[in-house]
Design a protein around this ligand. Sequence first.
Ligand SMILES: *Cc1c(COP(=O)(O)O)cnc(C)c1O
Length: 464
Amino acid sequence: MHYLSTRGGIAPIGFTDAVMMGLASDGGLLVPAEIPQIDPPTLRAWSALRFQDLALEIMTPFVGNEIPRHELKILIESAYSSFTHPEITPVIKAGDLNILELFHGPTAAFKDVALQFLGNLFEYLLARDGGQLNIVGATSGDTGSAAIDGVRGKSGIQIFILHPKGRVSPIQERQMTTVLDANVHNIAVRGTFDDAQNIVKALFNDLSFKSAYQLGAVNSINWARILAQTVYYFYAWGRMTGGDSTQQISFAVPTGNFGDVFAGYLAKRMGLPIDRLIIATNRNDILTRFVNTGIYAVGDTVYQTLSPAMDIQIASNFERYLYFLYDGDAAQIRALLADLQTTGQLTVDAAHQAQVRIDFDAKAASDVETLAQIQATEAASGYILCPHTAVGVHAAQNQSNCVCLATAHPAKFNDAVQNAIGREAPLPSSLQGLMEKESRCIELAATVDAVKAHLEEALSPTTR
Ligand SMILES: *Cc1c(COP(=O)(O)O)cnc(C)c1O
């Protein structure tokens, strides 16, 4: 399997290079040159597999011959051994709802599904090919802890996660800072999330610094993350249908950067019988507006909502969908992105807009609607939704044979839960005792120089 850039500016590369490159060197996103097609007999056979074995089958054609099958199997088995549910991503019935629970990993959010695997994959590739990876990222909450947990204790990898001091929830802060492995570096910057993100951007834009210190990212544009997320669409479909390929299932997907729902789109393009893919957004509704109007227009501001992991202005995986929508015509993608760059919006023509509406439904929920959904679901079935999941369930209304993706454990967002139903969700074992644990974090001024100096110090051969 070869990988290309959505912007057409790189020669085809293999899976290993695509994973290590992250973002394509021409600024585009990496996409597979073709999409493997899964026929009905194979779908039936796969529906009987456990999650890990299914993951091995789905990943094999994308990995090609770059990793021997038995070694890929070990990476997958070990990634999901940290999950507390035997099914990894079970489908639960809650009243009329089918909930695909994606939060049984170590940090209780769906990002674990991809990042537990990506951490293993990085470690394996670095050990095999040589080299060092220094991951630098900024977080306002979920991604930081999932990334830290994915690479803690892995050789060849150091991780530096910046968070705005005092501005992430206490649970989220403790999830990061109580990880004491020597390769984990938590940095609280005295500033906002935007300050932290701007510092990280500045470090990556300093190309000589970036290459001298082998900086890398683990953001949702890495192809391996999409691939790992594709697995649970197949898994849930198998649980719902028993492998009968005449049966279609719809999915409601709480959406921010479009990584999760793009994985669903990929599953559909591979031949999984998916009826509707529902993009569920909060008040930050650029994607909902796009599906409904064909215009992708950046808003003035990012609104803070009760579903903070979906508070985005631009969806970083959206370019991958555009690429497939335009049948891999990179020149068209470049033109559309140039429009976006210069005018703050891009518009697809009527024919393509019709295709968008075939590919997706979309619906936005306000905070009031989110709380009402948590309340209504709890009243109907006793099941407690996290606010992100509630946005998805809200969007799924009136859709039959639908699976709603549950992207975080409700106890991570107990302020909203308390507000909706007057009590908190019980903590899962992974979140218990966090406040009592030992923690480690350094505090820095919110300046590029302060962070750079810290990285240089931490990565100098004498201190490592
Ligand atoms: C990241 C995240 C999302 C959004 O997923 P995308 O792949 O960015 O669309 C939804 N819910 C939770 C809890 C998340 O952490």
